[in-house]
Design a protein around this ligand. Structure first.
Ligand code: NAP
Length: 280
């Protein structure tokens, strides 16, 4: 199998390369080699690589930045996805589009499964949802995979932010009333490879099992790495930010377990990710 990855130098793109199954040929392209806002560049990259599968990971993931510059968000996340879907249609490639729990408003009490009704609260969520619509409308052979709270040990993400903050402050204040599923990118990448091996089409929620607030997640990181810092729980109302994350951003899956795909519990995944950094 030959696979092309857009956003190939990002957190998930690199994980897909790292855990690619043996025998798969992977071409990971960054923004300078395949700018998804340029339809000609996207078409040329797909024509050159001739992939059977395209993992579309490129996105503008700065959720507050998307509120400040909505046009840029629409151009990259929505229109960019439309260009990738068109190129996949023309090349006969399967498109795997990575979407987000920010498509939901977080107002229901239960976790969101694949058939729950999206209602984004932020430009980021709305632009990613528009990307989903483009994929469904244009490229019949597709899988839309919603995920949440991605991390590894080294990229710019919540885990590395907590490590940095803990080296600068004695006390961290973390939101305790917004929930999601912290998800180790390596586990997601393994699941994505399993999904395309089936092959499987449609919409899937792929996250590590279990829910956590930012406070729970921070506390777990602090415990794993034995960081000398106190963590104080605060309500979201005390941490004003431009984008409104869903209060309940927890995803559940009906579709993935039906294929035998389950990701490990989030706390176990975090321990595995941070094991190389744990003090002796
Ligand atoms: N991170 C999360 O917590 C999270 C949660 C749910 C869903 N997702 C989704 O998962 C996917 C992967 O996320 P990630 O964590 O790997 O994000 P990431 O580390 O920010 O990677 C995204 C990549 O997209 C690239 N990119 C930006 N604009 C582009 C353009 N116009 N053309 C081509 N590439 C462009 C970026 O390149 P530059 O750095 O050079 O700009 C970056 O390497 C995204 O679709 C995101 O929406 C992420």
């Amino acid at each position: 199998m030959r696979a092309l990855i857009t956003g190939g130098h990002g957190q998930l793109g690199r994980a897909l390369v790292r855990v690619a199954p043996p025998g798969v040929q992977v071409v990971a392209l960054g923004a300078s080699e395949c700018d998804v806002t340029d339809p000609t560049a996207v078409r040329a990259a797909v024509a050159r690589v001739e992939p059977e599968v395209v993992f579309h990971c490129a996105a503008w993931t700065d959720v507050d930045g998307c509120e400040r510059q909505p046009e840029r968000a629409w151009r990259i996340n929505a229109l960019g996805t439309q260009h990738v879907a068109t190129a996949c249609l023309e090349a006969g490639a399967t498109l795997v589009y990575v979407s987000t729990n920010y498509v939901f408003d977080g107002e229901q009490d239960e976790p969101y499964h694949e058939f729950a009704r999206p209602r984004p609260l932020s430009v980021y969520g709305a632009s990613k949802l528009a990307g989903e619509a483009a994929v469904r409308a244009i490229c019949p052979r597709h899988a839309i995979v919603r995920t949440a709270m991605l991390y590894d040990a080294t990229s710019r993400n919540f885990v590395t932010t907590v490590r940095r903050l803990a080296s600068e402050h004695a006390r961290l204040r973390m939101v305790a009333d917004q929930y999601g599923n912290p998800t180790f990118v390596d586990d997601l990448a393994h699941a994505l490879w399993r999904l395309v091996a089936q092959p499987a089409y449609g919409t899937y929620h792929l996250v590590n099992e279990g829910a956590a607030s930012w406070y729970d997640w921070c506390l777990a990181i602090v415990q794993e790495l034995q960081l000398p810092v106190e963590v104080e729980p605060i309500p979201a109302s005390e941490f004003r930010r431009l984008a409104r994350p869903p209060r309940n951003g927890v995803l559940a899956s009906l579709a993935a377990p039906a294929l035998g795909i389950r990701l490990p519990y989030w706390r176990e995944a975090l321990a595995r990710c941070l094991a190389p950094l744990r003090p002796a």
